[in-house]
Ligand binder design. Structure first.
Ligand SMILES: NC(=O)c1ccc[n+]([C@@H]2O[C@H](COP(=O)([O-])OP(=O)(O)OC[C@H]3O[C@@H](n4cnc5c(N)ncnc54)[C@H](OP(=O)(O)O)[C@@H]3O)[C@@H](O)[C@H]2O)c1
Length: 282
């Protein structure tokens, strides 16, 4: 089984560069998929309160028989729980649903609501060892710096949309300067924008005898970005895990760089999106 490289967080904790995402999975799908993913070799699983499948993920973890210390489990705080006390309670709820004593990483899912109160809640849960690392998600560079500057414990990770059509080059540079690990969500742009039939990616894939999915994940890893692809199909989980036996050349990297066009699956600067988030009941 391939050895997955790790990123070192600012508290020296190691985080696998490749993990498995469970967004938009029903409970049945999440339980079966996480079981399969662990069999394939994934040790890092990314869920969230808002995905509604923490219990299913927890059941799959329990059934896997893999020692807890070999796993890296991430969940996220929903905006309805943004606030110091509410965040502490929400972390405990996530732990109870997952059936775990601690989480490896907990993220503020969105940069909205009482972010600073929520962050203090996460810091408190970090202090008592229930969270081994804490971070943020969907924070732009200004929001990231504001929290970074004011926080007692600096964020360790920022999970942001990152794929060949939205490469986040500036954000990546900025996060690196602050010592925050860049984790990319939707490495395949959720399958949108004909990503799996893109010509540039197709040519690079053919040259290496790999698939477009593998080229995208390799591109992430070579840029130092943690990737968390989602699939409900075991053969795709295997394909997506098999990215450590080839290397993209500088030309390949430049070819992929030319695809950046700021295409986003969601726009965090759109007030309609914020209305949608606040309108959600979990
Ligand atoms: N923090 C946030 O706000 C946020 C937002 C979105 C996502 N995320 C995280 O990031 C993870 C990944 O993002 P995502 O789930 O949105 O999308 P994604 O991983 O970019 O794309 C998933 C889509 O690609 C398909 N797929 C997977 N592997 C493939 C392959 N090798 N060949 C062809 N198609 C393939 C999947 O279909 P099948 O399942 O049918 O294989 C699914 O339709 C999520 O699961 C979640 O953990 C976080």
């Amino acid at each position: 089984m391939a050895e997955v490289p790790t990123a070192k967080l600012n508290n020296d904790k190691e985080m696998p560069m490749l993990g498995f995402g469970v967004f938009q999975m029903s409970n049945e799908e999440a339980e079966a998929s996480v079981q399969s993913a662990i069999e394939v070799g994934y040790r890092s699983i990314d869920t969230a309160t808002s995905y509604g499948n923490e219990e299913a993920v927890g059941r799959a973890i329990a059934k896997s028989g893999v020692p807890r210390e070999e796993l890296f489990i991430t969940s996220k705080l929903w905006i309805a729980d943004a606030g110091e006390e509410k965040a502490k309670e929400a972390v405990q709820r996530s732990l109870d649903k997952l059936g775990l004593d601690y989480l490896d990483l907990y993220l503020l899912h969105q940069p909205f609501g009482d972010v600073f109160g929520a962050w203090r809640g996460l810091e408190a849960m970090y202090d008592v060892g229930k969270l081994k690392a804490i971070g943020i998600s969907n924070f732009n560079t200004v929001q990231t710096y504001d929290l970074y500057y004011n926080a007692r414990i600096k964020p360790m990770v920022n999970q942001i949309e990152t794929h060949p059509f939205n490469q986040q080059t500036e954000a990546h540079k900025f996060l690196k300067e602050l010592g925050i690990v860049h984790e990319g969500w939707a490495p395949f742009a959720e399958g949108q924008h004909d990503i799996f039939s893109n010509e540039v990616l197709g040519e690079i894939a053919e040259k290496h005898g790999k698939t477009i999915g593998q080229v995208i994940l390799r591109w992430n890893v070579q840029r130092g970005i943690v990737a968390i692809p989602k699939s409900v199909k075991k053969e795709r989980m295997e394909e997506n895990f098999d990215v450590f036996d080839f290397e993209l050349t500088d030309d390949d990297m430049q070819g992929i760089a030319s695809l950046d066009q700021g295409f986003k699956t969601v726009d965090h600067n759109d007030p309609e999106f914020l209305k949608y988030l606040y309108g959600r009941t979990l």
